[in-house]
Design a protein. Structure first.
Length: 387
């Protein structure tokens, strides 16, 4: 679905910049769009992919893409907070949608209703739920379809491990009901990426969220496919809990078998896009967002983030699934994260159609939050948050 965008030279250049320059990925962390704590690189890469996904579904017309990518680039470079970057993407989309639909007055209730209705239809009603999974299962799913929780796994071993952890009062580590066949579907692309790169979540939690892996390096080793780091984390857990030799042997043998089963060294971000209409017919009342005191950009942001995760039990024909595979740590590692320098102070000029002068007033909160940054950042915020 995103292949035509991912092969573009301007996209590849920006992806390389994101991976190599701290002004792109070194941002203030927040919890508002997170399932659990992301690392800095994880979240900004996922947000970038999210911006491409939303362009593809909502805008689609590649004539708008060069300017869209330019504005996303400026947004990520200049804004120092992940939450504000996510909201900014929505505002950029809302402005382009106005242009696509031939509407100029963004404060008009009719314009808001028209834009929100359009986005609702293409992104939500006729959009997708997302399931992030381990890329080791892509082949069999494409051939046989997807049946929830029916795949090659080592559940018997993990159930034994769960009982051992319970004995040491640490049963919450795996946080998995191995008897349940329900899976989680999300409408949040960023979450989908997170689920995939850390799939299966119970294995990731055992290795990196066990309470004893505390440093940034220890927490990051799973998504980096760092076998040695994950092995050291597990050994540390076994020693801290004072497992006997038999218990320790079970944990280490299962770790090695699961690592091979998942083909972790070759893993990518793997997503299944499942048409929303195959899961639910539930409608979202977006008309509540058509209000004079809610700016269009804010309304669009709330609509795009209105979907909730759902639990699902059943199966999907492979012909109904759209598969997406995205590069992640292997590319970051090869590019050398953090090597280049980025100018955060350069003044920004925006194209008329994307950021004209008919925006509403920038919020005082955002301006106060930007007083400590350069003039270039303030100009960015004023132009962007007036949507």
């Amino acid at each position: 679905m995103l292949d035509d965008l991912l092969i573009r030279k301007d996209v590849q250049k920006m992806f390389n910049d994101i991976c190599n320059s701290e002004c792109y990925f070194n941002k203030k962390m927040n919890k508002s769009i997170e399932y659990q704590s992301y690392t800095d690189i994880e979240q900004i890469v996922f947000l970038f992919y999210d911006a491409l996904f939303k362009f593809k579904l909502i805008i689609g017309n590649t004539e708008y893409f060069p300017e869209y990518l330019e504005q996303i680039d400026k947004l990520i470079r200049k804004i120092d907070n992940f939450k504000d970057i996510s909201s900014g993407i929505s505002r950029i989309i809302s402005r382009i949608c106005c242009d696509m639909l031939g509407e100029k007055d963004i404060n008009n209730s009719f314009t808001k209703e028209k834009v929100l209705g359009y986005i609702y239809n293409v992104y939500i009603k006729n959009g997708y739920y997302i399931h992030g999974y381990s890329s080791a299962y892509t082949g069999v799913i494409k051939e046989e379809g997807f049946v929830t929780e029916i795949y090659n796994n080592l559940y018997p071993n993990f159930i034994k491990m769960q009982k051992i952890l319970d004995k040491y009062n640490c049963g919450c580590i795996l946080d998995k009901d191995f008897s349940s066949r329900e899976i989680s579907l999300t409408s949040n692309f960023v979450k989908g990426c997170y689920y995939s790169i850390n799939s299966p979540m119970y294995f990731y939690k055992l290795l990196c969220k066990n309470g004893y892996a505390t440093s940034k390096k220890e927490i990051e080793c799973y998504f980096k496919n760092d076998y040695k780091g994950c092995f050291n984390n597990l050994t540390k857990l076994c020693n801290k809990l004072k497992f006997n030799d038999k218990e320790k042997s079970l944990f280490i043998e299962t770790f090695n078998s699961e690592w091979k089963l998942l083909k972790k060294e070759k893993s990518k971000i793997s997503l299944m896009l499942i048409p929303r209409k195959l899961v639910t017919n539930e409608e979202i009342n977006y008309m509540d967002l058509v209000s004079d005191d809610i700016a269009l950009g804010v309304a669009v942001d709330r609509l795009l983030n209105s979907g909730e995760d759902v639990n699902y039990l059943g199966c999907f024909d492979p012909r109904s699934i759209t598969f997406i595979e995205l590069d992640f740590y292997k590319v970051l590692k090869n590019n050398g994260v953090g090597d280049s320098i980025c100018d955060k102070t350069a003044e920004i000029e925006f194209d008329e159609y994307a950021f004209s002068n008919d925006y509403g007033k920038v919020s005082a909160l955002l301006l106060l939050g930007s007083l400590a940054v350069s003039l270039g950042v303030i100009i960015t915020l004023i132009n962007l948050w007036r949507v």
